[in-house]
Structure formats: structure tokens, C-alpha cells
Design a protein around this ligand. Structure first.
Ligand SMILES: Cc1cc2nc3c(=O)[nH]c(=O)nc-3n(C[C@H](O)[C@H](O)[C@H](O)COP(=O)(O)OP(=O)(O)OC[C@H]3O[C@@H](n4cnc5c(N)ncnc54)[C@H](O)[C@@H]3O)c2cc1C
Length: 500
């Protein structure tokens, strides 16, 4: 070997290098950092985060009553016991995440106010070259990393999804999206219309109802809800027996995961029975005279869209009390004083809240390229819903929708750490998912099967998301029961991961 060949490339001092770079300090990024510290303590890593604080979703959403819609025993990490009521408000979730950061001294790894704008893979240097902008100073910074751990979430934080309706500009009141909630919004004694009936609307309405003159949930079509008390009897019983919080966390998680698995199965096998079970408690609160079928009986099967938990039925008690109401109709146009509906009816409003969901964000809106070719993300095929063909050294965390998002954060954490250790053992520095000859002709399917799960924001974005195959490991299985066994057992040398 010539002297020139063994000489190392000159190090560019203006570029900071890390073994692993985590994008985002939301619940996924914080979880990723924990797993790296615990399982790969020798890896040097950094988290780059756009905002001035951690929390992602829980930092962004400031609307009244913002809360989880799944239980915190499973939405919390497996390594940090949850000790409160199952459904938690935003501040409680932020405290929990803050404790994880403090317990593990994670702040030293997080660079806040750093937005990544570009990520370019260099095959010759076997690393990602990252460009970032300091939000506070506008300074342009450069990083490089062997491995990218994408924890950027699934939607654009800066702005929510608001459809264009006719004559919106004629409305004289305020139009607000829950994702960009203004600090000065005064709704005391006002008439409010909330467009949408997802988890956000179901949270906002009971939280605002006591202060408004009246609040109306306007929906095009109904949504399923699960009503239950915000308690976990198993956890409470174990606490009475002075069982340790670590044990309670583990036992309650297992029980909730088993219950959820059963609920999913019943919804699949006996959809009409599941439908009736979900509607029964709503009928009990609203009574026989209320048109439940029109307003709360969706056309889709239970679990084809996420089902929001409504603690203590607060939304329905608000409707029963007359402070809130539900209207199922379509918007024709906005007027100066509210909304004209296609049925010809009108809704008077001082404030209109568009709880109409998200816009998907593809890989953090970062400009990606691989060896100077712009990345055609939609043209890739996913490896197990976490890596992508032709994209080296990159894992993306896309959590569950039917189960808690974080269950997948933990098992992907294990997978990434196992993969990094495996690469060290092999003495390689690049891993790229690639189709084997026998995979070349497999049937390609959308990222998520719309027949299985079909919320609006996913339907709107299927054309910009990767494809999945019809066989393993090219399937994206959004099913914790299957993945908790499949991911730890995944053969890293089955020929689908190419190392160099
Ligand atoms: C109101 C609300 C309630 C929810 N409740 C539940 C629930 O109860 N259970 C459940 O399972 N799921 C729930 N979800 C879904 C929720 O989004 C996920 O559970 C989870 O919070 C996603 O976490 P994340 O860290 O992957 O992404 P996010 O929370 O979206 O965080 C991503 C972070 O990455 C940063 N980032 C993105 N791009 C860049 C970039 N280019 N450069 C630097 N930083 C970047 C963002 O600033 C952000 O801080 C809820 C969602 C909402 C909106």
C-alpha cells in the first residue's frame, strides 16, 4: 500500500463528527439516547433539535386540556415507571420526559435550536454530512455522523393541516389550529365551533366547554371513542400491596398490551360486536332520544382509525349538559358570522377551531441525498418499517398507531444497538438494505395498508412514503405483538442487509 493510501483524509475542523446523530428530542429521540447510553456506551452521539426545549409533540401542543389518548403505562418507556393516572395531561408527560433527561444527564447530548436542513451520504467517506441552522442566530453549522437515527416524528410541527373552505376570508372572528394555539385566545362567553372529531377535538371540547357560551363539534363523519375511567385498578391494587413501582409498571404494561391485543383481535374478527361495545356507554350517557347512529357510529370498522380514549366520558357529559353539541354535516362555506352547512343550516361562531389534523413530514423536511443523488424516499422499499433500500446507515422511528407509539421506540432501540454492535464485530462501517434476487419480483404495497388503517393524514401522504413488500423482512408490520418477537429474532445476516 502506498504512503498516500494509508494517510487519513485531512480532518475538517469546522465539522463536528459523531458515531450516531439523533434527529429530534421528542419521546422517540430521548428514548433513542437512553438505549444508546445503556447498550452502546462507547458510541459518541448527539441529538439535534429545532426547538428550544425537549418533548416534540408535547412541547408543540398548547391547546386547553392537551392530553394523551393512550395510557402512560405503555406510552411511557419500559425503563421508567409511570406512577400516575393512565391518561396524562401534557404537563405530566413533559415532567416525565424531563425526569428521564435528568436521571440520565441527557441534556449534555442535546443541541437545542438546531434545525437540520440537509443530510448527504458520502459513500467514499462512509458517513452522513449534515447541515444545520441555529434557529436563534442563523449560524450555519456542519456535522458528520456514521449513523443517522431519525426521530423526527410523522408530522410538520410548524403548521397544522387546514383545508381550504369557500369564503374563509369573510369570517370576522378568529380561525385557530390547535397546533399553533395563540396565547391570547379569549373564549370566555364566546360561541366556538370545532371542526373535526378526532382525539384533539375530543380533548379540547370538554376542556373549553365550561368557559364558552356554547361549543359545537362539527364533523363530516363520526369517529369511534373508548369511554373508561381514568384509573388502572391493577396498578392501584398492586400499590396498596406496596409492590415496587418497577414491578407495577411491568405488570400493568403486560396486562394492557394483552388487553389491547385482544381488543384488536375482536375488532378484526367480530367488528359489529366491537362496534356495539364501543357505542353502548355513549348510549348510556346520551340516552335513547339522541341520534347515536348519525353522530357516533362511524362507517369504518373499529380500529381502521385510531380510537381515542375519553376519560370518564367527559366529552359526552358535556353534550348531555347542553354546553356542547355535535353536528354531522358538511361545510358549504364560511360566512361573516360562522359557517353555512350543505344542509342549509348555519352555525354562529366567534371562534372557529380547525382540529383537522396534520401534514405529514417526510424525514424531517430535510433535503436528503445519497452520493449526490437526491433521495427518492417514495421509491424505496422499507426493511421492517425502519430502514430503506439504498439508504445506508439510517434508521427511522415510526411508532405504532393502534398501540402506544413508544412501544416501538423501545424495540427499535434494541434493534439499532444490536445492529451497531454486529457491525463492530464484523469490522464494517456501512449497512444498506438491498433486495436479494428472490425479492426482486415481490409485490409492492403501500407503506400502510389502507384497508387496515386509514386516517386522513396517512391517506393524503401514501404517495410520498416508501413501499413495503409482501414478505419479510420487507413488510412494515404496525403490530407490537408480532414485532416484539420478530425484531429481536431478525437475522442480520440473511442477505438483505449489505455490509461494507
Ligand atoms: C396531541 C397529540 C396527542 C398524542 N397522543 C398520543 C398518545 O396518547 N399515544 C400515542 O401513542 N401517540 C400519541 N400521539 C402521537 C405522537 O406524535 C407520538 O406518540 C409521539 O409523540 C411522537 O414522538 P416523536 O419523538 O417520534 O416525534 P415528535 O413528538 O413529533 O418530535 C419530533 C421532534 O423532532 C424535531 N425535528 C423534526 N425535524 C427536525 C429537523 N429537521 N431538525 C431538527 N429537529 C427536528 C421536532 O422539532 C420535534 O421536537 C399524539 C399526538 C398528538 C399531536
Amino acid at each position: 500500500m502506498s504512503e498516500t493510501a494509508i494517510r487519513e483524509a485531512p480532518v475538517d475542523q469546522s465539522v463536528e463528527h459523531f458515531d450516531v446523530l439523533i434527529v429530534g428530542a421528542g419521546i422517540s429521540g430521548i428514548g433513542a439516547a437512553h438505549h444508546l447510553l445503556e447498550q452502546c456506551p462507547e458510541k459518541r452521539f448527539v441529538i439535534l433539535e429545532t426547538y428550544a426545549g425537549f418533548g416534540g409533540t408535547w412541547l408543540t401542543h398548547k391547546y386547553p386540556g392537551a392530553r394523551s389518548d393512550s395510557d402512560l403505562y405503555t406510552y411511557g418507556y419500559r425503563f421508567k415507571p409511570w406512577t400516575g393516572a393512565p391518561i396524562a395531561v401534557k404537563d405530566e408527560i413533559m415532567s416525565y420526559l424531563g425526569e428521564v433527561i435528568d436521571d440520565e444527564n441527557l441534556d449534555q447530548y442535546i443541541r437545542y435550536q438546531h434545525t437540520i436542513t440537509a443530510a448527504r451520504w458520502s459513500g467514499s467517506e462512509k458517513r452522513w454530512k449534515i447541515e444545520a441552522t441555529r434557529v436563534d442566530t442563523g449560524e450555519q453549522l456542519r456535522f458528520s455522523a456514521n449513523f443517522l437515527w431519525m426521530c423526527q416524528g410523522y408530522y410538520r410541527h410548524s403548521v397544522g393541516h387546514t383545508p381550504e373552505w369557500k369564503d374563509m376570508d369573510k369570517f370576522k372572528g378568529r380561525i385557530v389550529h390547535p397546533q399553533t394555539w395563540p396565547d391570547d385566545l379569549d373564549y370566555m362567553g364566546k360561541n366556538v365551533v370545532v371542526i373535526g372529531s378526532g382525539a384533539t377535538a375530543a380533548t379540547l371540547i370538554p376542556a373549553m366547554a365550561p368557559d364558552c357560551a356554547h361549543i359545537t363539534m362539527l364533523q363530516r363523519s363520526p369517529t369511534f371513542f373508548i369511554i373508561g375511567q381514568n384509573v388502572n385498578e391493577v396498578a392501584d391494587m398492586l400499590r396498596d400491596l406496596e409492590i415496587s413501582e418497577e414491578w407495577i409498571h411491568e405488570i400493568v404494561r403486560r396486562k394492557l398490551i394483552a388487553d389491547l391485543g385482544m381488543l384488536n383481535q375482536v375488532a378484526l374478527d367480530y367488528p359489529e360486536f366491537a362496534r356495539e361495545e364501543l357505542l353502548k356507554p355513549i348510549r348510556e350517557i346520551l340516552g335513547d332520544d339522541f341520534d347515536i347512529d348519525k353522530h357516533f357510529n362511524p362507517k369504518y370498522r373499529p380500529w381502521q382509525q385510531r380510537i381515542a380514549f375519553v376519560p370518564d366520558g367527559d366529552l359526552f357529559h358535556g353534550i348531555k349538559s347542553g354546553k356542547a353539541s355535535v353536528v354531522t354535516d358538511e361545510i358549504d362555506s364560511f360566512t361573516e358570522n360562522g359557517i353555512m352547512l350543505k344542509s342549509g343550516a348555519t352555525l354562529e361562531a366567534d371562534i372557529i377551531i380547525t382540529a383537522t389534523g396534520f401534514d405529514m413530514n417526510v424525514l424531517g423536511d430535510i433535503e436528503f441525498s445519497v452520493d449526490e443523488k437526491p433521495l427518492d424516499y417514495a421509491g424505496t422499499i422499507t426493511y421492517r418499517g425502519l430502514m430503506f433500500t439504498g439508504v445506508p446507515n439510517l434508521v427511522e422511528v415510526f411508532g405504532y398507531f393502534r398501540a402506544s407509539w413508544t412501544l416501538r421506540v423501545d424495540i427499535i432501540g434494541d434493534f439499532v444497538c444490536r445492529l451497531l454492535k454486529h457491525m463492530d464485530e464484523l469490522g464494517v462501517s456501512v449497512v444498506t438494505p438491498s433486495l436479494r434476487e428472490e425479492d426482486e419480483r415481490m409485490t409492492l404495497l403501500p407503506w400502510i395498508d389502507p384497508e387496515d388503517f386509514n386516517p386522513g393524514y396517512l391517506q393524503r401522504s401514501l404517495d410520498v412514503l416508501p413501499k413495503q413488500g409482501d414478505k419479510d423482512p420487507w413488510r412494515h408490520s404496525p403490530n407490537y405483538q408480532l414485532e416484539k418477537k420478530a425484531l429481536p429474532a431478525a437475522d442480520l445476516d440473511d442477505g438483505t442487509l449489505k455490509y461494507s
